[in-house]
Design a protein around this ligand. Structure first.
Ligand code: HAM
Length: 429
């Protein structure tokens, strides 16, 4: 037998039922925030990611040459495609709020919460440089997690790339992007290893020590003006004020905790202002979502300057979190009904009834196996059906049908016309 490719997953109905429910909540929440749906291609020119996505992402692409010798790649992230689409259309009025749910591919080492193929809920606001847009984007990410029942189980770590640039300069670090990529690994490598590499970036040991201390501290965003270290504060008051005001706006939409964390700089190369990542409070998993402001990418990709802020939220860590919270329910909701027919004539009659049942909003199918009733009911239970509608020779003769609530075991008998009413009554008690 040929096995599946490493790092890829097969999704059976018991995986897809709760996953689709999760995607539905993402779509509904995006809708409530007035984000419009878009879709992006699965293949792009590799060139698109060479511009600003960063070296790390480029080493993770599933790229190849097509028959015409063009360098293509399965998309490793959505942002460059979304920017390409928007900047190609001059007629669209700004600001724009878009979301999509593409599959993405990254050649990463498969581990808990990270696979080589995942689906990402991606949302962005274009053409709005204000802190209101920053707040709306973070609020959408949080409102989605809250709606998924995760309120209180996650927090958002926030930083600002401008602020970090100034902090790194004050610490005497001239190679800013090297500084970022080291800081991005602050929580992933040992303290000794980190300090050794940091000392190579500047001679100002005292400031480097202050920087290391800041990197290891979390500050509630509501207290940032009071608790931000004086060493790095002066000249940065405006950014600190904006971060605090953004958090204040977000707190109107969610109870999620927002903290300042200098170690959040984000691996991707294009961020310019606020950057943020969502994590589970217990610290068991990798990031739930990540994003930030990237005001230069549109200019770099297309020559059209446009402010942008957005996030990506993968389905893999979310699934782990929802499972931990016993919120990964594979059971089909009980508006499903299977017709259990016990004769050929009964099968025919059932097929005459399913259209009306579907029109009433139920999912339904006919069991045509003509197996024994106990066998058909066992199957219905295993498939998570809400109801069984039983039609045997006796029922057919009497023009009656038996409805069984599969969860409670309660049954009712009535005419074909009463079928929907019987299911409604059996749902209530
Ligand atoms: P990112 O931090 O690379 O950002 O990914 C965002 C989220 O996607 C992560 O927090 C995680 O939930 C999920 N994710 C990333 N890689 C994997 C993987 N290998 N397996 C499973 N899940 C994964 C971006 O992609 C940016 N383009 C987000 C963005 C949109 N920024 C602005 N707009």
């Amino acid at each position: 037998m040929i096995e599946k490719v490493r790092g890829f997953r097969d999704s059976f109905p018991e995986d897809m039922v709760p996953r689709q429910r999760m995607f539905d909540i993402m779509r509904q929440t995006a809708n409530k925030f007035c984000f419009s749906p878009i879709d992006i291609p699965s293949l792009e020119y590799l060139e698109l990611y060479k511009i600003k996505s960063g070296d790390e992402l480029l080493t993770q692409t599933f790229s190849f040459k097509d028959k015409g010798g063009r360098e293509l790649t399965l998309i490793p992230e959505a942002t460059p495609s979304v920017v390409r689409m928007l900047t190609a259309r001059k007629d669209i009025r700004k600001p724009v709020r878009w979301f999509c749910l593409p599959k993405l591919w990254r050649y990463e080492e498969p581990q808990s919460g990270r696979s080589r193929e995942h689906t990402q809920f991606n949302a962005d606001i274009f053409g709005d440089e204000s802190l209101y847009a920053d707040a709306e984007i973070i609020s959408l990410a949080c409102a989605t997690l809250d709606k998924l029942g995760l309120c209180g189980t996650y927090k958002v770590r926030v930083n600002n790339r401008f602020l970090m640039e100034k902090i790194l300069e004050r610490a005497g670090i001239k190679q800013i992007s090297k500084g970022y990529s080291l800081i991005d690994h602050f929580k992933k490598i040992s303290k000794e290893e980190f300090e050794k590499e940091l000392m190579d970036l500047s001679d100002d040991k005292e400031m480097l020590l202050a920087l290391t201390e800041l990197l290891g501290t979390e500050i509630k965003l509501s207290e940032l003006d009071k608790k931000f270290p004086e060493t790095f504060k002066s000249g940065n008051e405006e950014i600190i004020f904006r971060l605090m005001n953004t958090a204040k706006l977000v707190s109107k939409q969610t109870d999620a905790e927002l903290v300042y964390d200098a170690s959040v700089v984000r691996g991707l190369g294009y961020y310019t202002g606020i950057v943020f990542e969502g994590f589970d409070i217990k610290g068991e998993f990798r990031s739930i979502f990540g994003g930030g402001r990237y005001d230069n990418l549109c200019q770099l990709l297309s020559g059209t300057s446009m402010e942008a802020v957005g996030f990506g939220m993968g389905d893999a860590v979310l699934e782990l979190l929802l499972r931990r919270n016993n919120n990964w329910d594979a059971e089909v909701k009980n508006n499903s009904v299977v017709f259990c027919a016990l004769s050929k004539e009964a099968i025919d009659m059932c097929f005459s009834l399913v259209k009306t049942v579907r029109e009433y909003g139920y999912s339904t199918t006919v069991d045509t196996s003509m197996a024994s009733i106990s066998n058909q009911l066992k199957k219905a239970g295993a498939n998570g059906m809400g109801f069984a509608a039983i039609l045997g020779p006796k029922e057919l003769e009497d023009k009656k049908i038996t409805i069984r609530n599969m969860k409670t075991g309660k049954q009712a008998v009535g005419s074909f016309q009463d079928l929907i009413q019987m299911m409604l009554e059996l749902s209530e008690n």
